[in-house]
Design a protein around this ligand. Sequence first.
Ligand SMILES: Cc1cc2nc3c(=O)[nH]c(=O)nc-3n(C[C@H](O)[C@H](O)[C@H](O)COP(=O)(O)OP(=O)(O)OC[C@H]3O[C@@H](n4cnc5c(N)ncnc54)[C@H](O)[C@@H]3O)c2cc1C
Length: 417
Amino acid sequence: MKAEIHRDVVIIGAGPGGAAAALFLAKAGVACTLVDKAVFPRDKVCGDALSGKVVEVLHKLDPSLVEEIAVEPQHLGSWGVVFVAPNTNALRVPFKRQYDTAREKAPGYIARRTDFDNLLVRKCKASPLIEVVEGLGLTAFTRTDGRWELRDEAGTLRYQARIVLVADGAHSRFAREVHGVQLEPKHHCAGIRAYYKGVTGMDGDNFIELHFLKDFLPGYFWIFPLPGGYANVGVGMRTDKVSARKLNLKTELPRILAAYPQLKERFANATLEGPVRGYGLPLGSKRRKISGDGYLLIGDAASLIDPFTGEGIGNALYSGHFAAEQAVRALAADDVSAQFMAAYDKAVYARLWNELKLSHRMQQLVRFPWLFNLVVNKARRNRTLSETISCMFEDLDMRDRLRSPMFYFKLLFDNGH
Ligand SMILES: Cc1cc2nc3c(=O)[nH]c(=O)nc-3n(C[C@H](O)[C@H](O)[C@H](O)COP(=O)(O)OP(=O)(O)OC[C@H]3O[C@@H](n4cnc5c(N)ncnc54)[C@H](O)[C@@H]3O)c2cc1C
């Protein structure tokens, strides 16, 4: 047994969840090793939208990081979201700010993941407490003498860790093989994204657009503006629905662009740049156990993606934050037992479960186009509902009324404004 492979904390995956965990650990003065199979900058299939929640967690980590995001030209400030209902009525919902900042600063951003993820990894590399190891996949995991033995593809023992923070994304091998996570089609979404240049009719305040198209429900189509005249364009739908309808999302995208006159016109002179790529989204519509003996699951490995909006970066950052806190406590108490680590589950769900539940309800609403049309029509005139939707996106603590189904029921039968 070699002494140099011993680590207190090894983080598998340097996406937003893993990088945030490393940076929060470093902030608490705890060293860690952050391992990724890729070499950064690397791409990640995504819509590239960074909501106010992302800004909020980064602000907790280091306010200067938010300043940096605000000034780097590859990050485009966004002021809100446009929902387009099946009847083509649009509802514009401005993002709310999470913390005090100058009014001219954007509450959200859109940034290619190649750039955003690399920014966080660069911060990790700059920290003396974070050892960043790139180009190394950790794929075999054994529990021996109260430690995790982590091996690479060749079967070589690379680390023996007291705590493993598992942030290796939607196809997490650790989550599947050690924790027993299985893909559940009702709690999983399939998504594809493409980059286009020259899409017209983009919003003046860089609002992101979510279109609920009548023959593509309960899925949705998005257009998110990017710097330089580019746009991230994609579609997503729950995996059980994709299977039931035998859809191929890669052929759905051009079909949708040709089938809807309002889109056809906007894409008339747009060019597809690069390949159309797909990836899975494990949804947080079901509450799960996300920790065990000597390990914590983070971000997509913990299935924390918002079931309505498909947003996962903010929740990956939040879970990375809570995982770092739990790891610090476990090391201090010299207790990495499953029982002790379960405090992490509580912390994550105390912060996220109300929103995830609400988003699950909203996801189900989309199954009924008439009801969706009605809600959007109402929200165009009803500030309460449009603020509700804004809160949902902006992740303020949910107001009590949002927990009650009566809120929605009353709204539908209430003519108030
Ligand atoms: C089509 C699509 C659109 C989306 N749009 C949005 C959006 O607009 N906004 C939003 O907030 N979210 C969006 N999401 C979700 C978002 O992409 C994820 O929730 C987010 O990337 C989760 O971050 P993470 O750190 O958990 O995992 P990831 O970002 O997937 O990072 C995991 C890392 O682990 C590494 N890794 C994997 N296996 C190993 C291994 N064995 N050993 C070492 N390293 C490993 C990978 O190389 C990767 O760097 C979208 C997802 C999809 C698929």
